[in-house]
Design a binder for this molecule. Structure first.
Ligand code: AN0
Ligand code: CP
Length: 315
């Protein structure tokens, strides 16, 4: 594997899960792979888990790591091609990217959707410039349309907690005061479609995800119906794809609560975090014994390490 921006970069998902399980047993067994190698992590947006787990994963493999928060610690960067740079951005990605590439062996990039243009966001303008101009492998740490490191950890977590071969997994929209990207749900659906789980997506009308991610996955607009018999509830807010980047509903009727969880098959509760308590999910649910948000986040280190290991093995 060279770059990691979606599930399609993984040649064999079953094997990748085995790599993750192996790494989890002894995370310091492969330090020779990363010796004298450096990973740079570039953040255009905030992060807690991705920043720490990806650095930890790289360090477990013996790599050195450097982190750059664009704008706060570096120059503001222009990403548009052909513009007259007489505004507030002193540096262009066209120079910054190959310069960063010259200092490292792998680059991680976080560049969220900007919500200015659906076309720009869905063409992954920034991530693709890193792939085009850096000369080194690029790992998406959440792009405009996908969050594959998160989805890989979600998949590993479901594999660890499932009690039947074909669990019912429900992705539910939940309310949020700010417009959030579709990257996490897009990616979750994309990864779940690679399994034989029963996947149901539930959201209010107008929140349909892009057809390229949904394929033939069923939407159940009645959230309570969707929850019936579920083994995993995966909650997430996202803004509308159709009315791009807009908030169409803030209906607290969609908050995941104890009453709805009672309809499930004692489902495990999942969320990628950060989560707004008593908006997305009630305290009662996230603090219950069925909440697996902490082991889910802990698995971010493991799956990031599996990804980096697979890349390092081919360097
Ligand atoms: C981001 C999102 O929804 O994509 C990151 C989640 C991992 N969440 C927020 O900005 C709150
Ligand atoms: N889940 C996740 O990616 O969290 P951060 O935004 O804190 O990295």
């Amino acid at each position: 594997m060279r770059h990691f921006t979606s599930v399609y970069d993984i040649p064999d998902l079953k094997k990748a899960l085995e790599v993750a399980a192996d790494v989890k047993k002894n995370r310091f067994a492969y330090q020779h792979l990363g010796k004298n190698k450096t990973m740079v992590l570039i953040f255009f947006n905030s992060s807690l888990r991705t920043r720490l787990s990806t650095q930890k994963a790289a360090q477990n493999l013996g790599m050195n790591t450097m982190v750059l928060n664009v704008g706060e610690e570096s120059w503001q960067m222009e990403s548009e091609l052909g513009v007259v740079m007489d505004g507030d951005k002193p540096e262009h990605l066209l120079e910054a990217i190959p310069v960063i590439g010259s200092y490292c062996d792998i680059i991680g990039v976080r560049a969220f959707a900007k919500f200015k243009s659906r076309e720009d966001d869905y063409s992954e303008k920034i991530l693709n410039q890193f792939i085009q101009y850096s000369g080194v492998p690029v790992v998406s740490m959440e792009g405009a349309t996908r969050h594959p490191l998160q989805s890989f950890a979600d998949l590993l977590t479901i594999e660890e907690y499932k009690t039947k071969e074909r669990p019912k997994v429900v992705l539910t929209w939940a309310p949020h005061p700010k417009a959030l990207p579709q990257a996490v749900p897009n990616s979750f659906v994309e990864w779940m479609r690679q399994t034989d789980y029963e996947l149901v997506v539930t959201h209010p009308e107008g929140y349909e995800l892009a057809p390229e991610f949904m394929g033939d996955v069923k939407v159940e607009y009645d959230q309570k119906k969707a929850f019936e018999g579920a083994d995993f509830i995966y909650a997430k807010n996202w803004s509308s794809f159709k009315s791009y980047g807009q908030i169409l509903s803030k209906d607290f009727g969609w908050t995941v609560n104890e009453e709805k969880m009672a309809l499930t098959n004692e489902a495990k509760f999942m969320h990628c975090l950060p989560v707004r308590r008593n908006v997305i999910v009630t305290d009662g649910v996230i603090d219950s014994k069925n909440s697996i948000v902490i082991p889910e986040a802990a698995n971010r280190e493991i799956t990031a390490q599996a990804v980096l290991k697979m890349i390092l093995e081919e360097l």
